[in-house]
Design a protein around this ligand. Structure first.
Ligand SMILES: [Mg+2]
Length: 173
């Protein structure tokens, strides 16, 4: 199946099982110098107020390598402010992904050209779609929670053709 140009906006540039698999070395090898990272189900489970030690270390490794990180979430400011307290990151709240202004704001906060920014998120129809339309490198990760939940299963079903397409493409390289 050939995807239309618009259809291509739903295919992530890279798929990882989790954020820990995204390393500074790999990002730099792709010419990326900053990340806009989704919060819910990417960095934290729903209702998880503070980052885990793993997440703190991961962000620390990015910063040590000279990469910049900003958090981009559709969630409210209270939620993301509390999560980011003490972390060396700025944030965009109520980003209204997949609409473009939130992504633009994230890129501005990073102070980098869009093609040097990777967006990391767990949803095709918000994260991937908005990132690709904004000219960012889109990285899809497996959602942390909701596995087995009905709406999650439905969402994953709708996302599957695009995930499969990305994995097939990478297997052919
Ligand atoms: Mg999410």
């Amino acid at each position: 199946m050939r995807m239309s140009k618009f259809g291509a906006n739903f295919i992530p540039d890279k798929v990882f099982a989790n954020i820990q698999d995204i390393t500074p070395e790999w990002l730099l090898s792709k010419g990326l110098r900053g990340l806009a990272v989704d919060l819910d189900n990417t960095l934290a489970g729903y209702g998880q107020k503070r980052p885990t030690p793993d997440v703190i270390l991961w962000i620390g490794r990015m910063c040590e390598a000279g990469l910049r990180v900003v958090i981009i979430t559709n969630n409210a400011e209270d939620r993301v402010r509390q999560f980011c307290a003490g972390l060396p990151v700025a944030y965009v709240h109520r980003a209204r992904k997949p609409f473009l202004p939130g992504f633009k704001r994230a890129v501005e906060l990073l102070g980098l050209p869009p093609d040097q920014v990777g967006e990391v998120g767990d949803q095709i129809y918000t994260d991937v779609l908005g990132a690709k339309r904004s000219g960012l490198f889109s990285i899809l990760v497996t959602p942390l929670h909701l596995k087995g939940h009905f709406f999650f299963s439905l969402r994953r079903l709708l996302e599957q053709p695009f995930i499969r397409k990305a994995l097939q493409r990478d297997a052919c390289r």
